[in-house]
Ligand binder design. Structure first.
Ligand SMILES: [Zn+2]
Length: 290
């Protein structure tokens, strides 16, 4: 029998400290419990007046290779791995206090955030959780990079992602899975950000990520990851699904449906969220995925 899916928050404050990839400075982030209907809200505590930045597509601005949110002139960058951790664990309401305009890069994955949130524990809230449900198939992109969402007979989010780096050592990887807290912890959370060596060199030539070493994420040369070893043989496609989970969280509630993506990135993922919000339905409560 399906149990009603109510909203969840965390039981206590927990923090994570790490270096921001873009600024190179140490960033402190604290997760705090929040009441029903709060959603996920970033709070820039380093500003003279703390600014609240909702994790919603309406506050997303385009920036290369990362997801950025902006409200009242304040920004927070690299939110996708934090949002993936929260959405992956089905935490609906949470304040994310931060003392810098970006999240810690950590190890390039969501694992440090998942471990912190697991230390906090979850609290069941007496309020039904709305879900975004699509009633018709939607597709965005072109023949090379595209993303689709299809209606699903269950209340789950299913994802199939295909990554294609052609003859490069990253190659072609495909993975399909149903997203649940258990699957997120085991299959996705530890997968790390990856770059090709030429991309990393270009970013550093622009003065970005100067303090990032190949041991802080995955940088591939023609042979494989430099000074690093893979956590999964198909770690790259797992990370693309992790990013997708984080981007879909910008709907402001869980998305149900079957997403199929081919080489899509943050921008296309975000555009799908906008289209699904415009064409979909917000309903609830629905059953909770185990
Ligand atoms: Zn990522």
């Amino acid at each position: 029998m399906d149990a009603p899916r109510n909203q969840f928050t965390i039981a206590k404050h927990v923090s994570v400290t790490g270096v921001g990839y873009w600024s190179g400075r140490t960033v402190w982030v604290e997760f705090r419990p929040a009441g029903p209907e709060t959603g996920v809200v970033f709070v820039r505590r380093d500003l003279a007046q703390p600014v609240r930045i909702p994790a919603h597509i309406d506050y997303r601005i385009d920036s290369p290779r990362r997801s950025t949110l902006e409200a009242d002139g304040a920004q927070v960058e690299m939110v996708e791995h934090v949002l993936a951790a929260l959405a992956g664990l089905q935490i609906d309401n949470c304040e994310v206090w931060v003392d810098a305009p970006e999240m810690p890069g950590a190890d390039g994955s969501s694992l440090p955030f998942v471990e912190a949130l697991d230390r906090a524990g979850l609290v069941y809230q007496d309020a039904p959780c709305r879900h975004l449900v699509v009633r018709q198939s939607l597709r965005l992109g072109d023949d090379d990079c595209w993303i689709e969402i299809h209606p699903s007979p269950t209340a789950d989010l299913k994802v199939k992602y295909r990554l294609d780096y052609g003859d490069h050592v990253i190659g072609r990887q495909t993975l399909a899975m149903t997203i649940s807290p258990r699957a997120f912890r085991r299959e996705l959370a530890a997968s790390r950000t990856f770059l090709r060596q030429e991309e990393a060199k270009w970013l550093q030539s622009q003065g970005l990520g100067l303090s990032v070493s190949p041991r802080d994420l995955l940088i591939f040369d023609d042979e494989g990851p430099i000074e690093n070893t893979l956590r999964f043989p198909d770690e790259c496609v797992r990370h693309k699904i992790l990013d997708l989970v984080g981007d879909l969280a910008l709907a402001g509630c869980p998305v149900t449906g079957h997403v199929i993506a081919h080489k899509s990135g943050h921008k296309l993922n975000a555009d799908l969220v906008k289209l699904a919000l415009a064409r979909g339905h917000l309903i609830g409560p629905l059953r909770k995925t185990a």
